[in-house]
Design a protein around this ligand. Structure first.
Ligand code: ADE
Length: 224
């Protein structure tokens, strides 16, 4: 699966993809993540990519031409399943959307800045608009990294134990049960006896109960 991310701040996206699971997924050839500098597609001598908004108002608006040139170049090279714009007024990302996108082959992600991007980019090129939550960040780069992470870990072969993505919180309807590792007694705080019992059926039953209880307490909205 290939991601092409278009941004004015490519440096912001270096670290998130250079470690751990995302790095391994790229090394194994299971995903390719290519970051493009929008400024390379600016057509003026100052390499600017934003301009004043028509009708006045504060903040700059990202221009249509650089995005259009970059997207069109990519689309001339391969077919894309989605052109996704990260924006706080998009549909809120959730596990269902991540699952759906993990079966795609090629995805373009646009990162906005300033006051937003020219509406014509959204009208003419964007196929999906996603938000990572009801708060406003300085740009779409961190949201793009969140989206790529959520998708890549679902690609078969990326996680060493494939079942561990399937048992994540949100993958079913329930949050995860609590987990523990050694020592069994840390400063008098003990791991629940059941987990040391060796009785797998009882352990599974306990985990199910804990997951249900946690979900009731923290996210009753998830219980239909
Ligand atoms: N850009 C700025 N804030 C954002 C958010 N919450 N989600 C997606 N893109 C954004």
């Amino acid at each position: 699966m290939r991601f092409d991310i278009i941004t004015v701040l490519p440096g912001l996206l270096e670290s998130p993809f250079a470690h751990s699971i995302l790095q391994r997924a790229q090394k194994k050839g299971l995903t390719e993540i290519v970051v493009h500098n929008l400024r390379d597609y600016s057509t003026n001598k100052h390499k600017s990519v934003d301009d004043y908004p028509y009708g006045g108002g504060s903040g700059m608006v990202m221009m249509v031409e650089p995005f259009a040139l970059c997207i069109e170049k990519l689309q001339s090279e391969r077919t894309y399943d989605e052109v996704i714009f990260m924006t706080p007024d998009g549909q809120t990302l959730n596990q269902t959307i991540a699952n759906h996108l993990s079966s795609k082959k090629n995805i373009i992600i646009l990162c906005g800045h300033y006051k937003g991007i020219d509406q014509r980019i959204r009208d003419l090129y964007v196929t999906k608009e996603l938000s990572i939550g009801d708060y406003v960040l300085s740009g779409g780069e961190l949201p793009a990294a969140v989206l790529v992470d959520a998708i890549v870990r679902l690609i078969p072969g990326v996680l060493s134990d494939e079942t561990s993505a399937l048992s994540d919180s949100f993958q079913g309807e329930l949050l995860d049960a609590p987990v523990y590792t050694r020592p069994a007694d840390w400063r008098g705080n003990k791991v629940p006896d059941i987990l040391l019992s060796g009785n797998q059926a009882k352990i599974d039953e306990w985990r199910d109960e804990q997951a249900l209880q946690r979900t009731k307490e923290r996210r009753p909205d998830l219980l239909r």
